[in-house]
Design a protein around this ligand. Structure first.
Ligand code: ATP
Ligand code: MG
Ligand code: ZN
Length: 278
């Protein structure tokens, strides 16, 4: 790059072969330059709580006074609008910019859900279209300057997470897992994906770890416990913490009030995860 910038040859083959950045690339670059920290929430496994963890971390950070953007790139199964109670509210467009939802003074949210005709509409999109849409979310959304951009990915290592890591080059990953081997086997693939994509891992979260039984008051390890912690240790990664199985999480997510009714233990587990992240 710098060689070409200073190159004074009229017909230099390496300079002239470099395409000018597109308007979209320039817009993405200028937005990302104003974001201090970028975090991608991912997992090789579906249903382990990525969206819940992404929404709760975003909410806690915003309540601490940080400016946070939450971007849902799960185009086929967007959950963020539901978790935050934003379903049925269409996104506004001004000029050629989409206005993100303002969840509170500090939290802005962007999701494909706000562009769908109805909540149950299915998107039948192939790779190139999905890549284009994710880039548009970054380039054509009127985000404020952010302290944190948190990206909620679909499960696995497909087009969506790949587009995110290739576009947001200085991002870090938060990897969510549950404790059973079936989940951990898939999550190891996410760790390798991050390695190949040169994305550092901010830490691992073990979700649905232990259930405090209201009947017998002992902890039942329904999905086992300690697997995420062990995975972090084996890979020399930061273990961010365990979140228990809490029926109130389901209730709060379903009601669009993600941390509204959480018990003390769940709340402090989430707070501790954010403290470690900070
Ligand atoms: N610790 C928990 N205790 C109880 N229920 C939980 C917990 N974490 C998440 N859930 C519930 O599990 C379900 C799946 O969570 P979520 O949608 O966050 O997972 P996901 O990994 O984003 O799923 P997907 O792979 O489909 O994107 C939701 O109903 C959510 O409320
Ligand atoms: Mg999800
Ligand atoms: Zn019991």
């Amino acid at each position: 790059m710098s060689d070409c910038d200073n190159c004074s040859h009229d017909n230099c083959s390496s300079c002239s072969s470099k395409p000018e950045p597109t308007e979209q690339e320039t817009n993405i670059e200028s937005f990302l330059a104003q974001v201090k920290h970028k975090l991608i929430v991912m997992s090789g496994k579906g249903g382990v709580g990525k969206s819940t963890v992404a929404a709760d971390i975003a909410l806690i950070l915003s309540n601490k006074g940080f400016k946070v953007g939450l971007l849902d790139v799960d185009l086929h199964g967007p959950s963020i609008a539901g978790i935050l109670g934003l379903t049925g509210i269409p996104l506004n467009v001004v000029g050629n910019k989409m206005l993100p939802y303002k969840y509170n003074d500090n939290l802005e949210v962007m999701t494909v859900q706000g562009l769908l005709a109805d909540n149950d509409a299915a998107l039948i999109w192939r790779g190139p279209v999905k890549i284009g849409v994710i880039k548009q979310f970054l380039a054509d959304t009127q985000w404020s300057p952010l302290d944190y951009l948190i990206v909620d990915c679909p499960p696995g290592t497909g087009d969506e997470p790949l587009t995110v890591v290739q576009t947001i080059k200085d991002a870090k990953a938060i990897v969510v897992t549950t404790s059973q081997e079936i989940a951990l086997a898939d999550v190891r693939k996410s760790l390798n994906f991050c390695k190949l994509a040169n994305i550092p891992i901010a830490g691992i979260v073990e979700n649905m770890s232990g259930f405090v039984c209201p009947n017998c008051h002992t902890v039942h390890d329904i999905f086992k416990s300690g697997g995420g912690e062990k995975l972090a240790a084996e890979n020399n990664l930061l273990f961010l913490g365990k979140i228990p199985i809490d029926p109130q999480i389901v209730e709060s997510d379903d009601n669009g009030d993600p941390m509204g009714k959480l018990g003390v233990e769940t709340n402090s587990a989430l707070e501790n995860i954010v403290e470690k992240l900070l």
